[in-house]
Ligand binder design. Structure first.
Ligand SMILES: *[C@@H]1O[C@H](CO)[C@@H](O)[C@H](O)[C@H]1NC(C)=O
Ligand SMILES: *[C@@H]1O[C@H](CO)[C@@H](O)[C@H](O)[C@H]1NC(C)=O
Ligand SMILES: *[C@@H]1O[C@H](CO)[C@@H](O)[C@H](O)[C@H]1NC(C)=O
Ligand SMILES: *[C@@H]1O[C@H](CO)[C@@H](O)[C@H](O)[C@H]1NC(C)=O
Length: 651
């Protein structure tokens, strides 16, 4: 698991680098001019491509210089330049066009001007590919068409000038620190971007850098063609341009690294425009539910000698004289926290198919539990009575913890692991209720070189289809059952700082009476994108702190007397921090007759766009004061910052 010996391996790597750089131009030519320590962390895709193209373009100029004096090699020169550019420009990444309005939320005047220029380059590049790259070979090149296009690319006047655009990019993005602004803006826009702030900044950079690279390849290609067709020397122009490019890149990457270091990497879901049951949220049902019962039935001697408060943990022992107890669904589980509210009341029962027992309860005093509406099944009058004028047999208001077909209170405890054999990693999460059991479902995708996910492989890994009544399924092993004594869920971020690991699985486990999140991490190679022996180099990680004992004690997030979270139009705010927990509990007496279980469960997909590997996952709580809120999963995107390498241009 641990790297063998750092000292030894670093020597080994630096030796290897010497050998490679000695062996002529290679893909990482630019990096190899720098100390081995720098080249050990592989670059981001677009940076690696820039490095590669500069090496290619330099080699071609050297070649042109060397073959300058031989007369009959124009065809060979053309072929060489043409073929190498066709191959480079044919790379899948070079297909990406600059998407207009993608960064609209920057809402910035100079950006809107710059965006126009970037779109111009992107379109010019399409035309350039049309003329050159789509040709089958250099013999088919039409000299006039080539020269026309070269002139267009190299145009340098008041309206169009690529060098001016490239300077503009640096002025706006770097000197005016628009990258920094992008980070700040995207932090508040996570609901719209579905990207972490770091991802947003990085996508912005990658899109601009790719456009810049396209501009550069077109200009280099044009000069080379002009040279071959005998229209001039152009070595100096090319060299100047290359120097400027490297210097600009260095300054840009310096800022980018700094911004990415400060940027958040969290993605979660904000409230949907409308809360829709079983679509955007689901519920634990009938965990602790308000329940009306007469004292006489709360003890097995049928007495009324105590007050309601006396019954803090008991059962419904009988049904005295078939009174109201015979007309409602009995609580077959334990009964907790009884209290006396008032003697006489009207009870409005809920529909048969509802998980509620009561719509509302109205006492003679005028106090109403729940929301008083029209009562479709008709209210029932329920009156306490006196026994021998000595004892008052009161109706108490208690909480019923009853398991049954209407009580969905199960959480899956089985592992959920991506198909690591197919090099897949976790890219998203969601909570789903299946067969009455909540599962933390994973979205998986194939990991490719340099932190890229193959989007066409994305899929939600099906959850395990078992049922709690199946014969081989065990409580406490396969699933956890919430109860009065065990109904906490830990709110944690489980993250790794080790950049050579990504999340490949998740599960819940039980720590004491708490559901606790665990993440499964697997080692991988950033440059190749391959998981490294996942069956050996993987481990589970979690936050083991508890709410008792020493150390960083877990803090409780309290929910009391809340209403249904769907009853507020105010959008939820994230209210939990790492190392907290929350209890599933009943809603408030007055607000909801304690009929529902909160928090609700946010079941929206938590994925990022574009998908990326994850360095962590979490469970958090969001809501508004006075309302029960939601628990939901979040994802922590892989940290790309260490892969932003600031090249030091040679003196
Ligand atoms: C390139 O070759 C393919 C098949 O060899 C042919 O169909 C196509 O027309 C050729 N393109 C041009 C521009 O000649
Ligand atoms: C092109 O210009 C460079 C630098 O000015 C010079 O060294 C080289 O000899 C020239 N090449 C040709 C073929 O004229
Ligand atoms: C209960 O049944 C009624 C009528 O059959 C239906 O309109 C309602 O949506 C059902 N409610 C639930 C919670 O299933
Ligand atoms: C992405 O996945 C699809 C489907 O498995 C596959 O056909 C395609 O070749 C993959 N793309 C890359 C670049 O690996």
């Amino acid at each position: 698991m641990a790297p063998p010996s750092i000292a030894v391996s670093s020597v080994a790597i630096s030796c290897l680098c010497w050998m490679i750089s000695a062996a002529a131009v290679s893909a990482d030519g630019w990096m190899q001019r720098h100390p081995a320590s720098q080249s050990r962390v592989p670059q981001l895709t677009v940076d690696a491509m820039r490095t590669e193209y500069i090496a290619l373009e330099k080699a071609l100029w050297d070649y042109l210089e060397k073959t300058a004096n031989s007369q009959n090699n124009k065809e060979t020169q053309l072929r060489k330049i043409f073929d190498s550019h066709r191959d480079f420009n044919g790379r899948p990444l070079m297909e990406r066009t600059f998407e207009e309005n993608r960064y609209k939320l920057l809402n910035h005047y100079e950006w809107s001007l710059l965006e126009r220029d970037l779109v111009y380059i992107s379109k010019l590049y399409e035309a350039y590919k049309e003329v050159f790259v789509k040709q089958n070979n250099s013999a088919q090149l039409d000299e006039l068409a080539v020269l026309d296009l070269a002139r267009e690319v190299l145009r340098n006047d008041k309206t169009i000038s690529i060098p001016r655009i490239l300077d503009e990019i640096e002025r706006v993005m770097v000197q005016q620190t628009l990258y920094y602004r992008a980070m700040l803006v995207s932090k508040d826009q996570i609901c719209n971007t579905q990207q972490s702030a770091q991802q947003f900044v990085y996508s912005l950079y990658a899109d601009i850098a790719l456009t810049e690279l396209k501009a550069y390849t077109m200009m280099e290609f044009s000069w080379m063609m002009l040279r071959v067709y005998g229209k001039g020397n152009y070595t100096q122009e090319a060299e100047l341009m290359r120097n400027d490019y490297e210097k600009r890149t260095e300054r840009t990457l310096k800022l980018l690294k700094d911004v990415m270091l400060r940027a958040d990497r969290i993605v979660y879901r904000c409230d949907p425009p409308k809360h829709i049951p079983k679509v955007t949220y689901d519920e634990v049902t009938r965990l602790l539910q308000g329940y009306v019962e007469n004292e006489v039935d709360l003890n097995n001697e049928e007495t009324c000698r105590e007050t309601c408060d006396f019954y803090q943990s008991t059962r419904a022992e009988g049904c005295f004289k078939e009174k109201y107890c015979a007309r409602q669904q009995r609580c077959s589980g334990r009964i907790y926290n009884c209290q006396f509210i008032d003697s006489d009341m009207w009870v409005c029962p809920s529909p048969q198919n509802s998980t509620r027992r009561y719509e509302f309860i109205e006492y003679e005093s005028g106090r109403v539990l729940g929301q008083r509406t029209k009562c479709h099944r008709g209210t029932t009058k329920v009156d306490s009575w006196w026994r021998y004028l000595l004892w008052h047999c009161s109706y108490c208001f208690c909480l019923c913890d009853e398991q049954g077909l209407k009580s969905d209170r199960f959480f899956n405890l089985r592992d959920s692991i991506a198909d690591v054999k197919k090099n897949r990693v976790v890219t998203g999460l969601r909570l789903v209720k299946s067969n009455r059991i909540f599962h933390l479902q994973i979205q998986e995708g194939e990991l490719m070189p340099r932190g890229v996910i193959n989007q066409s492989t994305l899929e939600w890994r099906p959850v395990e289809k078992y049922n709690i009544f199946d014969r081989d399924v065990k409580k406490g092993v396969d699933y956890h059952t919430l109860s009065y004594e065990s109904r906490s869920i830990d709110l944690d971020d489980v993250n790794t700082d080790d950049n050579s690991f990504v999340v490949t699985g998740v599960r819940f486990r039980l720590v004491g009476a708490h559901l606790n999140l665990e993440a499964y991490f697997t080692e991988f190679d950033f440059k190749t994108g391959k998981l490294i022996q996942p069956e050996i180099n993987s481990y589970w990680k979690s936050n083991d702190n508890t709410d008792v004992g020493g150390g960083a004690r877990r803090e409780k997030l309290r929910l009391a007397n809340t209403d249904l979270p769907t009853r507020t139009i105010a959008t939820s705010l994230v209210q939990s921090r790492h190392n907290q927990y929350i209890d599933f509990t009943n809603t408030g007496l007055d607000k909801d007759a304690a009929q529902s279980t909160v928090p609700f469960i946010d079941i929206q997909d938590v994925v990022s766009n574009p998908p990326v590997p994850l360095s962590g996952i979490g469970i958090y709580y969001k809501g508004r004061n006075g309302y029960g809120g939601f628990v939901g999963p979040k994802i922590i995107t892989y940290d790309f910052m260490p892969h932003v390498q600031v090249p030091r241009t040679k003196a």
